[in-house]
Design a protein around this ligand. Structure first.
Ligand code: FES
Length: 168
């Protein structure tokens, strides 16, 4: 089975879905600024880490200064800002992806290149993260590789993509 990279147009709509899932969570908190920590927690579950674009989105939705959102995101250890690796792989471990074998993607990376979620390769080339439902269940198991949503991933392809980022 071949894995598919979602084309640019679809990628955009899948990306938007992640923001849609986040917006629903913010709505559930009725846009209350007091819910910032819970919302950042949810955002991290959805995106795997808190990149600037996500923090800006949260700040805008809660009508808060970005500096305050940054302050909270950097103060609490449970929040992870953009990983330090040159390339970022986020594997979705939500239910649909898990059922379709997302754990096999993580397993092959651990076994073959000794990379576990939350880690960056010693040369700083690749960071691996996990997320919970990125809103692309229809193409499970899904991953976000350097910001690009990729569907129907299989272990050998993910491994190859990671290896391609590593020096030979
Ligand atoms: S569970 Fe992975 S995209 Fe929904």
């Amino acid at each position: 089975m071949q894995s598919v990279d979602v084309d640019r147009k679809d990628n955009k709509s899948v990306e938007d879905k992640r923001f849609k899932v986040l917006e629903n969570a913010i709505k559930r908190h009725q846009y209350h600024q007091d819910a910032l920590i819970e919302i950042l927690h949810k955002a991290q579950e959805i995106f795997g880490y808190l990149e600037e674009e996500v923090l800006k989105y949260v700040a805008q939705k809660l009508k808060m200064p970005l500096s305050r959102v940054y302050g909270v995101a950097t103060f609490y250890h449970l929040f992870q800002l953009k990983p330090k690796g040159e390339h970022t792989f986020v594997i979705c471990m939500g239910t649909a992806c898990y059922v379709k074998g997302a754990d096999e993607l993580l397993k092959v990376l651990e076994e073959d290149v000794n990379l576990r979620p939350g880690e960056t390769t010693p040369d700083g080339k690749v960071s691996l993260m996990t997320a919970r439902c990125i809103g692309a269940c229809g193409i499970a198991p899904a991953a976000v590789i350097d910001g690009r949503v990729c569907g129907k991933q299989i272990p050998s392809d993910v491994l190859e993509k990671v290896k391609n980022c590593l020096p030979v």
